[in-house]
Design a protein around this ligand. Structure first.
Ligand SMILES: [Zn+2]
Length: 425
């Protein structure tokens, strides 16, 4: 099967070079794109070939999310917690840990399907997820992987292992991670955060990541409480603790948030090869503070932290917050928005090749050029412009309709699972 994009206005995602062209999009993990003078005539097409008319539409590389939580999907609109949280630790205790302990595999599958569906509709074709379900750990990662595959979203998954629920869930988390990675899936060794991870677990996690040639995926200094805990228990700050445990030598590691860091911690991160993911909307929502990241070097990505599945929205939020925290420019935010592709490529991960594309029906009120593309990116282009989405050469959204799964069915099942979850709360 070859997919043809006819009369596209193609924007190169790195150079912003704009060209009028036809494209042939090859399927599969290794598939690429070719420019064509002309789309083959009907007698030159096979029955499975497909043409999307892109006249007047922009075509560019689709998007990726550097930090997501599918487990939060069924939280939308849920009943108020028993106690209104007054700080971040209570947000975890009364909201997220209250939910994730009640998830079963059926709810996890429904969460992953609905989340993948939203990703598809927002032009996000690659997701790095961080999952928690302390009483349904075994098989949770393959369940999520299958759901993402059904929708057509590539992924790197992990289970956020911790000591918060004792030895049983901790060992089960390690075993689930080991078997998932041993089966050849892309992923990380997930840890919740320093304050829920003892030294024994930290060292086992680093060892497991080395065994599978991957990195950790962990929340770091999201709230001051994480630093206070590390100083009280270990006499060092969170990043110093991870450094001493060898975690920063695992350059595939992804550290979420990194809000409350000392200058020495920032230096340790800048000198290491690890990556940091910024999630400003979640940080505002949890009132944990905001950070500028200019000192951390170039390995910065953007995520949603499970709040939604719209990376264009994350980029705009990071741009607005970044005005106050670090005076960031259009190019700085766009670089972070696109660094997820550089991360995937650097470590040889699959599923984010050139045959992952979005078709945008962008109703620009002014000319769009190579020079001013970033102005349109920041102030204009958003999720409502995403008309078609191509994942690994396969159309998964066309005319804003998801093709790979039945949207009504996926959402009806998610709502049923939401009711089941809320009854248990
Ligand atoms: Zn997170």
């Amino acid at each position: 099967m070859t997919l043809y994009l006819k009369d596209a206005t193609f924007i190169h995602w790195e150079s912003f070079d704009i060209s009028q062209t036809n494209l042939a999009v090859e399927p599969g993990l290794q598939g690429g794109i070719r420019r064509l003078e002309k789309i083959p005539q009907e007698d030159g097409l096979t029955a499975r070939d497909r043409i999307i008319d892109c006249r007047g539409k922009l075509v560019t590389k689709s998007f990726g999310c550097g930090h997501h939580h599918i487990y939060s999907t069924l939280a939308r609109g849920m009943p108020a917690p028993r106690k209104i949280p007054t700080d971040f630790t209570e947000v975890l205790q009364y909201i997220w840990w209250h939910i994730d302990k009640r998830l079963d595999l059926e709810m996890i599958e429904a969460s992953a399907l609905a989340s993948a569906l939203y990703c598809a509709k927002n032009g996000v074709t690659f997701v790095i997820d961080h999952h928690a379900s302390p009483f349904a750990i075994t098989d949770s990662l393959p369940t999520i992987a299958n759901a993402f595959d059904r929708v057509g979203i590539a992924h790197m998954l992990c289970y956020e292992i911790s000591d918060r629920d004792g030895e049983g869930p901790r060992e089960e988390g390690l075993a689930e991670t080991d078997s998932f990675l041993a089966a050849g899936h892309q992923g990380h060794v997930g840890l919740h955060a320093s304050f829920t991870v003892g030294d024994e677990l930290l060292s086992k996690a680093v060892e497991l990541a080395r065994k599978h040639d991957t990195g950790l995926h962990v929340h770091v200094a999201e709230d001051r409480a994480d630093q206070e805990d590390a100083l009280a228990k270990y006499g060092k700050r969170v990043v110093e603790r991870f450094h001493d445990a060898g975690a920063l030598e695992l350059t595939k590691s992804i550290l979420g948030h990194c809000i409350h860091l000392s200058d020495r911690e920032k230096q340790l991160l800048a000198d290491s090869g690890v990556w940091v993911v910024q999630n400003v909307e979640s940080n505002q929502n949890n009132n944990v503070g905001l950070a500028g990241y200019a000192d951390l070097g170039a390995r910065m990505m953007l995520g949603t932290d499970g709040m939604h599945c719209d990376m264009l929205r994350s980029a705009k939020a990071a741009f607005l917050v970044g005005q106050a925290t670090e005076g960031i420019g259009f190019d700085g935010i766009y670089g972070r928005f696109r660094n997820v592709h550089r991360y995937i490529q650097k470590f040889g991960s699959q599923g984010d090749g050139d045959n992952n594309l979005v078709v945008l029906d962008y109703d620009a009120p002014t000319d769009l050029t190579q020079e001013n593309f970033l102005g349109h990116f920041i102030y204009g282009i958003d999720a409502r412009h995403v008309e078609s989405v191509i994942s690994q050469g396969r159309p998964i959204v066309a005319n804003r309709q998801v093709l790979s799964v039945d949207e009504k069915e996926v959402l009806a099942h998610a709502r049923a699972m939401g009711r089941k979850l809320w009854e248990k709360m």
